[in-house]
Ligand binder design. Structure first.
Ligand code: MV4
Length: 590
């Protein structure tokens, strides 16, 4: 039917899909952007094609270009991986219209589950419980107030187009509704180009439990149990495991049956995931992810099923070869996401160049990686470097193996989430399996412990850049001189920094640096697009006042005034892009 698969993705998942292709005797075609010429997924493929410039919109999100390349390459099928175009029904249609097989669900099933309120209606119709709340989008604030009075506070305002926490606002008091509604709408419009919102009762200590399903093109479907993904920060999952420490075999069977029922009711085909909140023994359907997920690995380890090969076989129209009664989890698996992020500084991205690189191995260890030694990570995409998965007969064995594997893992040159994972896996609450989605927020000692475990920066020429102490610059802006204090990650100075006066070992308390400069800067801590500018020259501002909104990874980040003062000059404009460390405005103390 097809013997060549184009993988419309990059990084570890592209390689994961190519591995499945190779085992099935299928040729794999990589695609890449100008920033990815040197990327491992390009080297792994049987052939590779350039899509276009680095920005995703011009490469990994460019539907006509990907379809054109797929045709040129002789591919018979396209696997979208996760992210990028994986849940884009228009892409699935374009692939099919070009006479190629889309390795994923039918566009129509994606659309039926695409909108959150539509998915809630589908679930309700299939007899699957949802969180109490609206089944249709809400326009009027009075309707929100009415629902708040009905369920009691807190309530959650959510984006119909949503997912990943974008557009989510928790409202604890009716007085907050108007602001929360407006800000949720703005974020939803940016992230999903759909400002529609709805309301649910807010559950305050749920677990995130998701059910993996697999459906063929002939009406057969099974579930492969659950993953517990409660360890998240700002809706980015960090640790996932299977099975969940919270589910009994009976509940697993019940939730699994509910998930299969719902998937079948919308004509779903391929691998898919149904997300639930689970609190006080009750489960509530949240949304469906119509793709292979990052954390599919833990399910593979405990069910002994290669889900990516299963997607490819189902895409070849094979009838399902698995029987529900045979699908029993064995042992326990845990995945830690190894991201280039600095947990000690709010998990901010810490992309750069990998130096020495050595992966753990040995019993019960799996690494799905998208990097290698001496590889410079392009700053255009996400910060996931690799997934470290361990498995064992018991949860305790999987944890012990994870701690051992994390200690073996060497990623030189970059700050990664490895120290955070060592702290988390060793935490008594994690060990006890008593998790809710609030785990990280409720345990700040995790971050302190992670910082203490972080490798000390190595002071050699080849070594990674050490964490940047605050630096003072004199800058000229339109011929006018300003002193600027740069805190956190900023662009490295072009020439090696000379030791600052009075700055033994290059460090200096941030406060002192700020006071030394009468004029300092409002710095963007992240790379992103300027969504709003609320500062103008000559304006007096209060400490904490929002001056800029920077959109990065589809989240709105508010940049606030570090102290009261007066804006000198504004250097960012709406719609522009800024680098991490960019001076958005200069700013003087009064
Ligand atoms: C909720 C919730 C509590 N109550 N809905 C966040 C992302 C989005 N997929 C759903 N999310 C939540 N929805 C109600 N009615 C709590 C969360 C939530 C959450 C969910 C899953 C995993 C991590 C989370 C972290 C914070 C909040």
């Amino acid at each position: 039917m097809f013997d060549t698969v184009l993988i419309a993705n990059r990084g570890e998942i592209a390689i994961r899909v190519m591995r499945a292709c190779r085992e099935l005797g299928l040729r794999s075609i990589a695609v890449y952007s100008e920033a990815d010429r040197d990327a491992p997924h390009v080297a792994y493929a049987d052939a590779a094609f350039l899509l276009g410039p680095a920005p995703s919109a011009e490469s990994y999100l460019n539907i006509p270009r990907i379809v054109e390349v797929a045709r040129q390459s002789g591919a018979g099928a396209v696997h979208p991986g996760y992210g990028f175009l994986a849940e884009n029904a228009e892409f699935a249609r374009a692939v099919e219209a070009a006479g190629l097989v889309f390795v994923g669900p039918p566009a129509e099933a994606m659309e039926r589950m695409g909108g959150k309120t539509a998915a809630r209606r589908e679930a309700t119709a299939a007899g699957v419980p949802v969180v109490p709340g609206a089944l249709e989008p809400i326009e009027e604030l009075d309707e929100v107030r009415r629902l708040g009075a009905e369920f009691g506070y807190p309530i959650a305002i959510k984006a119909v187009g949503g997912g990943g926490g974008r557009g989510l606002r928790v409202v604890r008091d009716p007085a907050e509704i108007a602001d929360a509604f407006a800000s949720a709408r703005r974020e939803a419009e940016v992230a999903f180009k759909n400002g529609a919102l709805y309301v649910e009762k807010y559950l305050d200590h749920p677990r995130h439990i998701e059910i993996q399903i697999l459906a063929d093109a002939h009406g057969n479907a099974v579930h492969l149990g659950e993953r517990d993904c409660s360890v998240q920060r700002r809706h980015q999952k960090l640790i996932e495991e299977a099975p969940s420490p919270a589910l009994s075999p009976e509940l697993r069977a019940e939730m699994g049956a509910a998930a299969v029922r719902l998937a079948q009711s919308v004509g779903y085909v391929s691998a898919g995931t149904l997300e639930f909140l689970f609190q006080d023994g009750q489960y509530y359907f949240l949304e469906m992810n119509t793709r292979i997920q990052v954390e599919h690995t833990v399910t593979e380890q405990v069910y002994g099923v290669d889900l990516v090969k299963a997607q490819l076989r189902v895409a070849r129209s094979e009838p399902l070869w698995l029987r529900q009664a045979d699908l029993v989890p064995r042992g326990h698996a845990i995945e830690c996401r190894i991201n280039a992020e600095d947990a000690a500084h709010g998990f901010r991205p810490a992309l750069g160049t990998v130096g020495a690189y050595r992966e753990p191995a040995g019993p019960g260890v799996r690494v799905d990686s998208g990097v290698r030694a001496d590889y410079t990570i392009p700053p255009f995409y996400d910060s996931l470097l690799a997934k470290l998965v361990t498995y064992g007969d018991s949860r305790d064995e999987a944890i012990a193996r994870m701690l051992r594997a994390l200690a073996e893992y060497e990623v030189g040159g970059l700050t990664t989430t490895i120290p955070f994972h060592r702290a988390a896996l060793d935490h008594p609450v994690f060990r006890a399996g008593e998790l809710s989605v609030n785990f990280i927020a409720q345990h700040p000692e995790l971050i302190e412990r992670a910082a203490a475990l972080a490798p000390a920066p190595v002071a050699s020429a080849e070594a990674a850049e050490p964490p940047a102490p605050p630096r003072n610059f004199t800058v000229e802006v339109n011929g006018r001189r300003f002193g600027v204090a740069v805190f956190g990650a900023g662009p490295a100075p072009a020439a090696a920094t000379e030791p600052q006066p009075g700055a033994a070992n290059g460090r200096r308390p941030a406060k002192k640096a700020a006071m030394a400069a009468q004029v300092d800067g409002v710095i963007s801590p992240i790379q992103g697009r300027v969504a709003a500018v609320r500062a103008e020259a000559g304006q007096q501002v209060e400490a904490g006042q929002v001056l800029f909104v920077i959109e990065a990874m589809k989240m709105e980040n508010e940049i606030t005034a570090p102290h009261a003062g007066m804006i000198a000059e504004v250097h960012a404009q709406v719609g522009g892009t800024v680098e991490a460390g960019a001076v958005l405005a200069t700013f003087s103390k009064l």
